[in-house]
Design a protein around this ligand. Structure first.
Ligand SMILES: C[S@@+](CC[C@H](N)C(=O)[O-])C[C@H]1O[C@@H](n2cnc3c(N)ncnc32)[C@H](O)[C@@H]1O
Length: 237
């Protein structure tokens, strides 16, 4: 992972539900799935663990959350302890995650794959998923090819190595071996549909962080209609 001012900001403010649509969209993704106490679910790049906690509470499922950032891990662990949830929280990189093959029935990534080495991470996700398991990805897309100067502005601020269009994501999923790739619940506007994220501040606060937040909202407004997200559903047969 390269350096990302934006990810640093998210972890320091302990922002949960830091993905388009927030926790409400997460709930909708799982609503129609057949999940129970025997289901094993992995939340890749779980951040402060909002989604992982929801899945454990709502379905009693066996949930694991993983993230590379120590501050996020600490906040996710605190959340599980506070609510006495038996969710495993592991610090690691999804580019190389030391768990056995075919461990999970469902894997979800919410605004994570854009920040990592995509082919390496998808290979790991595919390996960790059981046969007939499903992978959901709520990830950043662009609706049109960007001018280089604009692409650089976005890549630099968020710390991304590339910004993909919907079809590029589908190609990547197919190359990894996923089948039955679908797009779920296409939204109208990433910005307008965002539910308010949740904050778990670190003890100190610093004005730099607020500048980052304003820069993030400025980019969202500037690229409204261009920067978007998709929810992909991918199967391992
Ligand atoms: C935009 S945040 C989203 C967090 C969470 N999924 C949510 O929706 O609130 C991206 C997350 O990906 C994590 N991340 C970045 N690179 C990673 C990697 N190589 N392996 C695992 N997690 C990573 C960051 O630490 C951060 O928590």
């Amino acid at each position: 992972m390269g350096t990302s001012t934006y990810l640093d900001f998210l972890s320091k403010l302990g922002i949960g539900g830091a993905h388009p649509g927030g926790i409400n969209l997460t709930k909708q993704i799982f609503e129609t799935e057949n999940i129970n106490e025997t289901s094993r679910i992995l939340d890749v790049g779980c951040g402060t663990g909002q989604t992982a906690a929801y899945l454990a509470t709502q379905y009693g499922a066996e949930v694991t959350g993983m993230d590379i950032n120590p501050l996020m891990i600490e906040k996710a662990k605190n959340r599980m302890a506070k609510h006495q949830l038996p969710v495993k929280i592991i610090q690691a990189s999804i580019e190389n995650f030391p768990l056995k093959d075919e461990e999970f029935d469902f894997i979800i990534s919410e605004s994570v794959l854009s920040f990592v080495n995509k082919p390496a991470s998808l290979k790991e996700i595919f390996r960790l998923l059981k046969k007939r398991g499903h992978f959901f990805a709520n990830e950043l897309t662009v609706n049109q090819q960007l001018e280089t100067i604009n692409e650089e502005e976005i890549k630099q601020f968020y710390g991304l190595d590339s910004i993909l269009m919907e079809k590029n994501w589908i190609d990547l999923f197919e190359q990894t071996g996923f089948k039955d790739i679908k797009i779920l619940m296409q939204q109208q506007s990433t910005f307008q549909n965002n539910s308010m994220p949740e904050f778990q501040y670190s003890e100190y606060s610093d004005t730099e962080l607020y500048k980052v937040m304003i820069q993030h909202f400025n980019i969202m407004v500037k690229y409204e209609g261009v920067l978007d997200n998709r929810i992909f559903s991918c199967a391992k047969l």
